[in-house]
Design a protein around this ligand. Structure first.
Ligand code: URA
Length: 434
C-alpha cells in the first residue's frame, strides 16, 4: 500500500477501505508523508466526499492516533460541549465553569481558530500564562480538583486531529461533513466522557450555511456519538450574526467575564445558559433541559461560575490579576471607531466577512504557523433588526497592523445590509435534537 495510490483513488471518486484510511492517518501522524501530500488527500476528500463507513473509519483512526483518557477514578458524570464553529462563539468559556459549578465534570479538548471562525484554545491563551497543553496527569488533576479542565489536542490525545485541523484551516478544506465529524468526535471520544452537547451552527458565519446542511452534520455527529454509546443532545443554532458583540481572542474572554459576572442581557448569555442547562440535564443534575437552564442562570447570578473560572485559570497557570482587572491588558496600537455607514434597519450581517476582518486584523491565521495577536479584533454593537442612524458609533476595531485597517473597515461596512422597513430579530435556537 502507498499513499500516492490512496490519494489517486479518492481523487477519482472511489471509496477507500478502512485499512487504507488507517494507513494514511498513521502515515501522516508519524510524519511519513508530508503536508503537501495529505493536503491533496484533503482536497480530494473534500470534493468527492466520504461515505458513512469511510467517515466512521476516519473517526476511529483519528481517535486511536492517541490515548483515550481514563477517568474512572473520578466519580460523577463527565459531560462536554462542542460547537461546529462560529464568529464570536465563546460559550465554552462560560459553560465549562457553570457546568462544573453544578457538580458535573467537564474534560474539554478544544481547537484553535479554524478558517474565519475563532477557537477556544486561542481565546484561553490570550490570558497570560494559561497553559492549554497540560499533560495527561495534570489534565486529570485539574479536572478532579475543580471540575473542569480545558486543553487542546496534544501529542498524547487526538494528535491526528491536531495536525489535520491546522492543515484543513490553511487549505480551504473545512466545510465537509465527514471531516468535521471525524475532527470533533475523535477529540470528544478521547476525553472519556459520558455525554456530549453539540452546538451545530447554521448561517452565513457557519460552515453549514443552510439549516438543511446543519441537520445533515448534526445527524452525522449524533449517530457517531450514539455508536460509541454516548448520551447526546444537539442544538441547531443561528450564526447569521456574531454571537455577542466581541470578536477576537482577548476581547472574547473580556465579554465572557461580563456574562460570568452576571450580565444577562445578550444572545451570548441565552445560548450559554441553554447549552450548560443541557449539560446539567445530561449529567443527571436536572430533570429537563429547562430545569438545567434555570440552574445555570442561578449559578451565574450567584457568582459561583465566575469563581470557578478563576480557579480553572489559576490551576492552568493563567494570570488571575488580569482577569480581576481586565483594564490592565495591553491595548492595540490602533483603536478605530466604527460608524454606521447608513440610516435604517439592519436587514442582514455577513458574518463570514466579520470573521475574515477579525482574522486579517490579527485575531486569526491565514497560514498554519502564523502567530496570533491576542489583542486584535472587533467590537460590533449591532444586531440584525436594530435601527441605526448614519454616522452613529457602532463599535471599534483593534489592531497593530496598520496595512489591514482599510480592508477590514471595508469588509465590516460592506457586511451590513440596510432596509427601510423594520427588520426581524433572529431566532437564536432553531432546533433541539435528542
Ligand atoms: N470543530 C472542530 O473541532 N473541528 C471541525 O472540523 C469544526 C469544528
Amino acid at each position: 500500500m502507498n499513499s500516492l495510490e490512496i490519494i489517486q483513488k479518492k481523487r477519482d471518486g472511489e471509496s477507500l477501505s478502512d485499512i487504507e484510511i488507517d494507513f494514511l492517518i498513521k502515515s501522516y501522524s508519524s510524519g511519513k508523508i508530508p503536508d503537501y501530500q495529505f493536503a491533496a488527500f484533503l482536497m480530494a476528500g473534500f470534493l468527492n466526499g466520504l461515505n458513512k463507513r469511510e467517515t466512521s473509519a476516519l473517526t476511529k483512526s483519528m481517535l486511536h492516533s492517541g490515548k483515550l483518557v481514563e477517568l474512572s477514578s473520578i466519580k460523577g458524570y463527565k459531560i462536554d460541549k462542542h460547537s461546529t464553529g462560529g464568529v464570536g462563539d465563546k460559550t465554552s468559556l462560560i459553560i465549562a465553569p457553570v457546568a462544573a459549578s453544578a457538580g458535573i465534570y467537564v474534560p474539554m479538548i478544544s481547537g484553535r481558530g479554524l478558517g474565519h471562525t475563532g477557537g477556544t484554545l486561542d481565546k484561553l491563551e490570550s490570558i497570560p500564562g494559561f497553559n492549554t497543553s497540560l499533560n495527561l496527569n495534570r489534565f486529570k488533576y485539574v479536572l478532579k480538583k475543580c471540575g473542569a479542565a480545558l486543553i487542546g489536542q496534544t501529542k498524547e490525545i487526538a494528535p491526528a486531529d491536531k495536525l489535520i485541523y491546522a492543515l484543513r484551516s490553511a487549505t480551504a478544506t473545512i466545510e465537509s461533513v465527514p471531516f468535521i465529524t471525524a475532527s470533533i468526535m475523535s477529540k470528544k471520544l478521547a476525553e472519556g466522557i459520558d455525554g456530549l452537547v453539540l452546538d451545530v451552527k447554521t448561517g452565513n458565519g457557519a460552515f453549514m450555511k443552510s439549516e438543511k446542511e446543519a441537520l445533515v452534520l448534526a445527524d452525522s455527529l449524533i449517530s457517531t456519538a450514539k455508536s460509541f454509546k454516548k448520551k447526546v443532545i444537539a442544538f441547531i443554532t443561528d450564526m447569521n450574526q456574531p454571537l455577542g458583540n466581541y470578536i477576537g481572542n482577548w476581547l472574547e474572554v473580556y465579554e465572557s467575564l461580563n456574562v460570568l459576572r452576571g450580565d444577562d442581557s445578550s444572545d451570548l448569555y441565552e445560548l450559554s445558559v441553554t447549552l450548560s442547562g443541557a449539560m446539567i440535564f445530561l449529567g443527571g443534575k436536572a430533570g429537563s433541559i429547562k430545569e438545567g437552564t434555570e440552574k445555570a442562570k442561578k449559578i451565574l447570578m450567584s457568582g459561583k461560575a465566575y469563581d470557578k473560572f478563576l480557579e480553572i485559570v489559576r490551576l492552568q497557570g493563567g494570570d488571575i490579576k488580569i482577569i480581576s482587572n481586565p483594564d490592565l491588558y495591553p491595548r492595540s496600537k490602533y483603536n478605530i471607531k466604527l460608524y454606521s455607514p447608513a440610516s435604517g434597519c439592519v436587514k442582514s450581517i455577513d458574518t463570514y466577512m466579520i470573521g475574515m476582518a477579525a482574522l486579517e486584523l490579527g485575531a486569526g491565521r491565514l497560514t498554519k504557523d502564523e502567530v496570533i495577536d491576542h489583542k486584535a479584533g472587533i467590537i460590533l454593537n449591532v444586531k440584525t433588526g436594530d435601527h441605526l442612524t448614519k454616522d452613529m458609533i457602532i463599535g471599534e476595531i483593534r489592531t497593530d497592523k496598520k496595512n489591514q485597517i482599510d480592508n477590514s473597515l471595508k469588509r465590516i461596512y460592506n457586511s451590513l445590509e440596510f432596509s427601510k422597513v423594520k427588520g426581524n430579530k433572529i431566532k437564536l435556537i432553531k432546533k433541539t435534537i435528542y
